[in-house]
Ligand binder design. Structure first.
Ligand SMILES: Cc1cc2nc3c(=O)[nH]c(=O)nc-3n(C[C@H](O)[C@H](O)[C@H](O)COP(=O)(O)OP(=O)(O)OC[C@H]3O[C@@H](n4cnc5c(N)ncnc54)[C@H](O)[C@@H]3O)c2cc1C
Length: 506
């Protein structure tokens, strides 16, 4: 029998998506309650307008990818929430889509992909790109390690390609997505498609060629995707010509639209300032917060796994992976076109010398999302991201304060981009424990967790959110939507849904 009374822990994008999918698909007699500890919804998604100019600063995520199942789920949500008119998309041939850079060793290097001539120029001028290209040509002839359980991203890329590629491009990419250390993160849990290519095709390059012909989706997901495509033909056709998107008022506009939609539903209650402190599993489940007790017959936890560990300490591995702390500094200068190049921004690999402030990368917001500010073409807007795994050894009191972060970011922009100007507006924040790090062996640990939840809390607890299978918003939304639908469609007494079913196959 389906649960009748759901309580969702956490009001970030994962919790909100789970609530929204349940609300749209469950019978109206089903009660849905969402409890959020802080005084706002959205979790790491925070879009803020500052100053007289109302300049938009994204303190968390800033752009979404319009491809893959997760993208189609979000775009379908956007359509149903009347947000399509607010989508701001970057076309595939615009500079922000084509031009990406590395800062290494002491200058910006354009990555191949931004057109034939710039690509050729950077290959000729940079030995490390040439050596990486050579390793790509050689890769299909390297013997695969069959039945590999897992490996770090750095080890995998060094083995299949070469250590130069692992130390430069891959380490920078890992800084951009996870703010993490490629030597510690699991290839299987972060770039599963690449891991699978070696196992299935014996080579990443052969896998890339073949995967164009094969869908990586299960039949169930493919059917879901087909349904979404049928309902949103025009929108999806338009989005297929784009490479990035957000909304007029930033990513948080999606959060507000979901929250407003949930607020008017009679069977849904959503609460901020309700920190869940204790869970008691009896005949019913009792959820104790700082502001009252709630009852449920099923809990969906989307809070970070280290928070869930405080509530259910007997479950294994919830605290195994750390989450890194990232400092985000948003800066707007009062003049446009101050940057030496146009593009999405640049990432800094771990081997770049002279990186005293541990900068992970810089996003050129005014190129990446040029139309979100009311006064167009007036500003040069950047975000400097610092810290991540480099901050791992710092204790609470050691993080730089706001003024220090700002001067570190300004100095970085002067030195690396040659922009010597006084910021018109700025904002600096340290996001503590904001991105979970899937260390080597994560997949196997999640398998154990899955069976432990089944055994101890079968049919009463499911988990979702960035701690488990993907940190991107596309992943978080896909996992929560799938979890909600699985819980509602599953009437079989014997089948339990933990949210970690992905580990059952291999
Ligand atoms: C700086 C930064 C930049 C990023 N950039 C991008 C990007 O460009 N594109 C992209 O796709 N992704 C990006 N991400 C990743 C993405 O934003 C996050 O992974 C995603 O928002 C996580 O959502 P979530 O709902 O799973 O978790 P969270 O956002 O962490 O939400 C969990 C919620 O649970 C609440 N909570 C915790 N404990 C309790 C408790 N005991 N009781 C009740 N509530 C509780 C928290 O207050 C929080 O609101 C970025 C992340 C960061 C930090």
């Amino acid at each position: 029998m389906q649960p009748q009374n759901f309580v969702i822990l956490g009001g970030g994008i994962s919790g909100l998506t789970a609530a929204w999918y349940l609300a749209r698909n469950a019978p109206s007699s089903t009660k849905i309650t969402l409890l959020e500890a802080s005084n706002r919804f959205g979790g790491w998604i925070q879009s803020t307008r500052v100053g007289e100019e109302r300049i938009l600063f994204e303190q968390g995520p800033r752009t979404l990818r319009p491809s893959g199942l997760g993208a189609y789920i979000i775009l379908d949500m956007a359509a149903k929430l009347n947000l399509t008119g607010f989508i701001h998309a970057v076309g595939k041939y615009e500079p922000a889509a084509k031009n990406r850079y590395l800062y290494y060793p002491d200058r910006l290097i354009q990555l191949p992909g931004g057109g034939f001539l710039p690509g050729l120029k950077s290959i000729v001028q940079n030995k490390f790109i040439l050596s990486s290209l050579y390793s790509v040509i050689r890769e299909p002839f390297i013997k695969p390690l069959k039945n590999l359980d897992d490996e770090s991203i750095h080890d995998f890329i060094s083995r299949r390609f070469n250590s130069t590629l692992a130390d430069t491009l891959m380490s920078a990419l890992v800084h951009g997505i996870y703010a993490g250390d490629a030597k510690k993160l699991s290839i299987k849990s972060t770039f599963k498609q690449i891991f699978d290519m070696e196992q299935i095709y014996g080579s990443v390059i052969k896998g890339t060629i073949n995967s164009r012909k094969l869908s990586t989706l299960s039949q169930k997901d493919q059917n879901w995707l087909n349904l979404l495509c049928e309902e949103n033909k025009d929108l999806f056709a338009f989005m297929s010509t784009t490479s990035l998107y957000s909304f007029a008022n930033g990513i948080e506009q999606l959060v507000h639209a979901i929250v407003n939609d949930l607020k008017v539903r009679e069977n849904v209650t959503i609460k901020t300032s309700h920190h869940v402190k204790e869970l008691k599993f009896d005949k019913e489940i009792e959820i104790c917060t700082n502001d009252g007790t709630f009852r449920a017959d099923h809990i969906i936890s989307t809070i970070p796994s280290h928070e869930l560990a405080c509530l259910l300490p007997e479950l294994p591995y919830l605290t195994y992976n750390p989450s890194v702390t990232v400092a985000v500094v948003n800066i707007a200068y009062g003049r446009q076109n101050l940057l030496p190049v146009k593009g999405f921004g640049y990432l800094i690999p771990h081997i770049t010398p002279n990186n005293p402030y541990h900068v992970l990368g810089v996003v050129f917001d005014s190129d990446a999302m040029p139309h979100q500010d009311y006064k167009k073409d007036k500003y040069t807007k950047l975000t400097v991201m610092m810290g991540g795994h480099y901050y791992n050894d710092l204790s609470e009191n050691d993080y730089p304060n706001k003024d220090e972060l700002l001067s570190q970011a300004v100095e970085t922009i002067e030195k690396q981009l040659g922009v010597y100007s006084t910021p018109l507006q700025c904002m600096a924040k340290v996001h503590r424990k904001c991105i979970p790090q899937y260390y080597v062996g994560h997949y196997s640990r999640m398998k154990e967790l899955h069976y432990a939840i089944k055994k101890k809390y079968g049919k009463r607890l499911s988990v979702g959110g960035a701690s488990y299978f993907g940190v991107s918003i596309n992943d978080c939304v896909t996992n929560s939507a799938r979890l909600a639908l699985d819980l509602l469609m599953n009437n079989d007494e014997k089948v339990t849904v933990t949210g970690l079913e992905g580990v059952e196959g291999n």
